[in-house]
Each structure stands twice: as C-alpha cells, then as structure tokens.
Write a protein that binds this ligand. Structure first.
Ligand code: HDL
Ligand code: ZN
Length: 415
C-alpha cells in the first residue's frame, strides 16, 4: 500500500473532499413538481432572507416599503445596495457571487439583466440536475409540512418527480402550536381535542403513521425554541412521549431536534426576523437517556452550545450531531465546530447540511463547507502523521465518505 507523504497531504485531502458526493441531510428545497414551493433562479437567490436582514443594515428604507415591492423590485434593490454600492463581503453575499460565477455570469454587473436572461432560458428538470451535479450533491432531504395544501396534493399524486429529493416529516405545528394543530387535524378528519380527551393521542399517532406510510420520510424533524425543556408539563412533552417518540422507534424513523431559535425577535422582517438563544443540553441528554432505542439527529443553533453537544454525543450513542446550522453556517464557525467534533468524535458525526431554501444555493454552501472541512481534516491528519501513524488515500476516502454520506445512510437505514 502507498502511504501519503506530508508534502502531498493537503492536495490528497482536498481531492478526496471535492470528489466525494454529499447527501445534503437538511434543506428547504423541493423537487420541481412541488412547483410553487420549489424556489430557484436569480431573483429568489438575491431575495434570500439572510440578504433581506443584511439589506436593512445598509439601506434607510423601512420593512413596510420593502414588503410593498414586487420580488423583482426587491431583488434589484438588494443587488444595488449589497452588491453594487457596497462590496459583497458577507458569507450570504459571497454565496450569490459564487453562484453567478458557477454559471459564467458577471458578479460585478451593475444590474441583474444578464442573470435574469440566463435563468429564463433554463428548464426546471434539467437545471435542477445540473445544479446538483455542480454541487456534487447525490441526494438531498426536503422539509415536508403535512399541513401544507401543495404538499398534500403532490404526495397524493405520488410525491417527488426527482428521486434524489427525499422526504423529512416536519412536526413544527404539532409540537409548537398545539391549538393550531388541533384545528388542522380536526379539519383533516382526525378526532383530536386540545385537552387530549377521547382518542386524541391515538389519532395523532394515526396521523403520523399515515404520513410515514405516504412520505417514507428518512427522518421526522422539529425546530424547537431556545427555551425547550424536556420533560415538563407541556403539551410538547406529552406529544413527544406518547405519540412521536413511540412512532419514531416503532417505525424506525429517526427524530431530528433542531433547537435554539428565538422566534420573530423582529416580526417586521418575516423569515429574516428570527434570532438565536442558548439551549438546555440537559434536556437533550434526558430525551436520549429516556429513549435508548430511539435514534436522534441533533443540531443546536447557538455557537455556545456546540462543545457541550460534542460531550453529549460522547455519552449517548443514539445521538448524532449534525450540521453548522443557520447563523453558524459561516466558514470561521464551521471550522471551529468541525475541529472540536473531530477531536472529540473522530469521524462519527455529520459535519454539515446546506439548509438551502433556493436550489442554486447548494453550489456555494457546499463549495464553502467542503473547503473548510478539507482544511480541518488536513490539520487532523497532519497531527496523526506527526504522532507516527502512516496514512493511505483509501483511508482518507473512507473517512470523507463516512462524514459526507455514510454516517447519515447508516443512521436512517438508507441502503
Ligand atoms: O427551521 C429551520 O429549518 C430553519 O433552517 C429555518 O428554516 C431558517 O429560517 C433557515 O432557513 N435557516 O437557514
Ligand atoms: Zn432549515
């Protein structure tokens, strides 16, 4: 076997990380046949809610004025303020630049005319495949809301038109707005009551089983607020204990907890109005300890929670930490988090997900993350060589495949 020399290590690691297909385990993307939900093209890319938040730091208009504009007017304004009148320095701005460059478009253009003309010539099915190819994303997981009318129609008609788009059954209304969930479940023919009387728990379970049967989700997921506590005397704890976690265990569908959101701290900004709070790791540990036969995917939104999540993952083999979520999806923080994960967990975690909302974002989100993951792995392997271990390219490829797809495949039972 040929072993790697120190001077070739960086090149070998970079090649391995670039070549490895990724399973993007959490996105808000949809297959083309979900059409109004399947966002793509330059106007959607430029009006990403991350950029809307950044617009208001460099523009004196009001949210009311912005929301009164058309999508085209919003995109023109953001382009002018963040990309022409100012240098696109932020991660979200650099991402747009990377997307334009990937298609050979001028990221220094004074307006979006050329880009709009290019995207207007694309047909969805081919364009979706082309974008996934550029990003080297072999499969991705959507965020599917069983209460959404478009989703109900598409799933009743057979689901995604592109098999690379896999499902995740999202539980937010059920776990975060029980009164609304009761209203929607009742309208859907489920005999549920806000006070959990009668057959409520059984009917929630029937709802879950029916959607698991229809969607075949790779996991069930929920975004939980920073002040999530488990257990407590809330309806959330009751639903988790009596319906969701039993369904997850019996149907062998892991449960993803995404914890740390401070919802609508500035409601005027819409999706851009959420912020972050420090989560309670004891609650995560309690859920994992109480449910040893359940598998959990966990990502926490606060940078300050990351080290304790690594420690929790060392205590619970049924806890799979994943991603550098949302406000953490920036190179400097991805580096910090990935480095401490490798130091404490080896290659037994899922380093990243894109959280892409618009199709073309996977191009920059994975380009930027692969670069950081390669840097961290290079530094880790260099230490290993210094400590006297020989290393082959096959071993690097094995580790990279485990991180970028293998751990997730095994966790959710993907063949
Ligand atoms: O709840 C979630 O899945 C979050 O990712 C939110 O969608 C958030 O608005 C987001 O897009 N973060 O990247
Ligand atoms: Zn998300």
């Amino acid at each position: 076997m040929e072993y790697i020399q120190t001077e070739n290590l960086r090149n070998e690691v970079e090649q391995s990380v670039l070549a490895a297909p990724v399973i993007d385990i959490h996105t808000h993307l949809f297959a083309p046949n979900f059409e109004p939900l399947a966002l793509w093209g330059i106007d959607e890319v430029v009006t990403y809610h991350y950029l809307i938040a950044e617009l208001f730091r460099s523009w004196n208009g009001t949210p009311e004025q912005f929301w009164a504009m058309s999508k085209t007017q919003q995109a023109d304004l953001i382009w002018n303020v963040l990309f022409v009148r100012n240098t696109p320095l932020s991660e979200a701005c650099r991402g747009v630049v990377a997307v334009l460059t990937a298609f050979g478009l001028d990221s220094s253009a004074p307006d979006l005319r050329e880009a709009r003309e290019f995207f207007s010539r694309q047909t969805p099915d081919e364009h979706f495949e082309n974008v996934l190819r550029i990003a080297n994303v072999s499969e991705l997981v959507m965020t599917n809301d069983p209460f959404n009318k478009t989703e109900q129609r598409v799933w009743s008609e057979g689901g995604p038109s592109n098999p690379k788009f896999r499902a995740a059954l999202r539980m937010d209304p059920l776990l975060n707005d029980w009164p609304l969930a009761v209203e929607k479940l009742s309208a859907g023919g489920y005999e549920v009551h806000q006070d959990f009387s009668g057959r409520t728990v059984k009917e929630v379970r029937r709802f879950l089983d029916e959607w698991i049967e229809l969607m075949r989700p790779l996991y069930m997921a929920v975004s939980l607020p920073w002040d999530f506590r488990y257990p407590d005397d809330s309806t959330r704890t009751k639903l988790l204990r009596e319906a969701i976690l039993p369904a997850s265990r019996e149907q062998k569908v892991p449960f993803a907890m995404m914890i740390g959101v401070a919802r609508a701290v500035n409601p005027l900004l819409g999706d851009a109005g959420d912020a972050v709070g420090h989560s309670d790791i004891r609650s995560v540990e309690y859920v994992c300890r109480e449910n040893p036969d359940n598998r959990f995917l966990v990502t926490l939104l606060s940078r300050e929670n990351q080290h304790e999540l690594c420690v929790a993952a060392r205590k619970f083999g049924n806890l799979m930490p994943f991603g550098c979520w949302w406000f953490l999806n920036n190179p400097s923080i991805i580096a910090e988090i990935t480095c401490e994960r490798v130091e404490m967990l080896g290659a037994s975690f899922i380093p990243q997900h894109s959280d892409a909302r618009i199709l073309e974002q996977v191009i920059y989100k994975w380009k930027h993350s692969r670069r950081v993951i390669a840097d961290v792995l290079h530094a880790s392997y260099l230490e290993l060589l210094h400590d006297g271990r020989r290393l082959s390219r096959a071993e690097i490829d094995r580790d990279v495949a485990r991180l970028l797809s293998g751990n997730f495949r095994e966790w959710v039972g993907l063949t």
